[in-house]
Design a binder for this molecule. Structure first.
Ligand SMILES: [Ca+2]
Length: 466
């Protein structure tokens, strides 16, 4: 494709209920990763349309084109660059083109439950190549779309159950299951919740990572019929998912007592010799282990589930500065003048954050004013993810160093400059301790001397990653 693609376009080619690519549900996220946007005009494959914003789709063979669904650009910052008027050109050979339709597309709602805009039914026109050309936008200088579905069969009126859903275990409730069917029916399967008003939701958290099957049952000319579809549930550690929940505060959580309260219990390792009484609903989730010891009991009419589920173990004590400055060590050279302390009015996470002001800096020696933690033991060949939230006033960047405290003093992250802005941003850095053979103490150091101004730091988090 010659046109400049800033983001991956998602093309979903649908035949007989089969979906290729990441078509997923018929709703679109506001994620900019899921969009096509062109900011520089270039020569259109359909030469008549000249220099323009366009996107071309090529099929493996000549196809018949029926319904085309379009999701407009749904990112809040870019919705104005969504296409307003669009020409659809078809070609059998990539050389001879026809504009078969010119259509209008409403601006996207920028919400996560943005539904597709049904655009046009080409009623079986043949094409191997298809070009969408933006003739105008909703005011933006670029032009883009979030997603496109092109049907190569006439599916109107045919029952087809197209769920093809990929969700994160920790993304919360998926509301309003929809089968794209013109008949009404019932959904069932693990994690499916019947709201009693004809609507159904899906809770991936109930099931956890893996594949899950949803069944859609309906009456087809008086005959009870059911269709099934698979939902893929991604583990929270998948890069597409939100951060995993933090495990409990203990390496080993012991849940005992003769009446364990209804709740979900998380930790790296979980042990119990308690009792789950009738009507209680108890969910044990261990990252590495759930051990039910002698004496553990689930009474009749109680609900109990034990599972291995990912959670993150925060290895850094007081990473969120809630215990003020404990676990953190401050140092500055004599030629650098600083002032620092805990604040409660500029925080990212919970109630407190670190404020660090450089009054007189040292631009050449950025490490001459720093805060560090030297207390975490790291394991050989284990990978780690360091994340933290920072913001600044008058300071464009800060520097981060991560390395061994002793031994070889191997540096995993070498005084890396990270841009910071006026608003809180979370930064993520990863490294692997591939040079050590025994546990070693780690040094995490933030260097501030490079610029004069105020830095805020909060929720410094170190977790193991697989
Ligand atoms: Ca905090």
């Amino acid at each position: 494709m010659k046109n400049k693609l800033y983001f991956a376009a998602l093309l979903c080619l649908l035949t007989s209920g089969m979906a290729y690519g990441q078509c997923a549900e018929d709703r679109h996220s506001t994620d900019m990763m899921h969009a096509w946007m062109s900011c520089d005009e270039s020569m259109n494959p359909h030469m008549l349309l000249g220099e323009s914003h366009w996107i071309q789709f090529e099929f493996d063979q000549v196809e018949t084109i029926y319904d085309i669904y379009v999701w407009n650009l749904n990112h809040p910052d870019h919705a104005a660059s969504g296409v307003k008027e669009m020409a659809i050109s078809l070609s059998l050979d990539g050389a001879t083109w026809d504009v078969v339709d010119t259509i209008s597309i409403a601006q996207a709602t920028t919400s996560g439950d943005y539904l597709p805009r049904f655009v046009v039914d080409l009623e079986g026109l043949s094409a191997k190549y298809l070009v969408f050309t933006a003739l105008s936008t909703h005011g933006g200088s670029c032009a883009g779309l979030s997603e496109v579905k092109i049907y190569t069969e006439d599916v109107s009126g045919k029952p087809s159950f197209e769920l093809d859903l990929t969700v994160c275990e920790n993304a919360g409730l998926y509301t309003g299951l929809t089968a794209n069917m013109e008949v009404s029916g019932d959904y069932s399967g693990a994690g499916v919740m019947d709201n009693g008003d004809g609507s159904f939701d899906f809770d991936p958290d109930v099931i956890g990572p893996g594949a899950s099957t949803v069944t859609f049952s309906y009456l087809d000319d008086g005959v009870q019929t059911s269709l099934t579809e698979s939902i893929e549930i991604l583990e929270c550690s998948d890069p597409r998912c939100p951060e995993c929940i933090e495990c409990g505060n203990f390496d080993q959580l012991i849940v005992d007592g003769n009446d364990i309260p209804t709740d979900k219990y998380f930790d790296d390792s979980l042990h119990s010799e308690g009792q789950v009484q009738a009507t209680r609903d108890v969910d044990f989730r261990g990252r590495t282990e759930v051990e039910l010891r002698p004496g553990f009991e689930v009474k009749a009419d109680a609900e109990f589930l034990a599972q291995i589920r990912e959670c993150h173990v925060q290895l850094l004590g007081n990473g969120s500065f809630e215990d003020d400055l404990s676990t953190w060590t401050f140092w500055n050279a004599q030629n650098v003048s600083v002032s620092y302390g805990i604040v409660t009015d500029e925080v990212f996470h919970f109630d407190k954050a670190l404020r660090y002001e450089v009054i007189t800096g040292s631009p050449e020696d950025t490490w001459r004013a720093s805060v560090r933690n030297d207390l975490v033991l790291i394991e050989p060949n284990q990978s780690y993810r360091l994340s933290f939230a920072a913001r600044g006033e008058g300071v464009p960047m800060m520097r981060v160093e991560v390395g061994q405290l002793d031994g070889t003093r191997q540096e995993y992250i070498t005084n890396t400059a990270l841009e910071i802005g006026e608003s809180w941003t979370t930064h993520v850095l990863e490294f692997t301790a591939d040079d050590i053979t025994t546990s070693e103490l780690l040094r995490i150091r933030f260097n501030f001397a490079g610029f004069e101004g105020v830095y805020y730091l909060d929720q410094v988090k170190l977790i193991r990653v697989d």
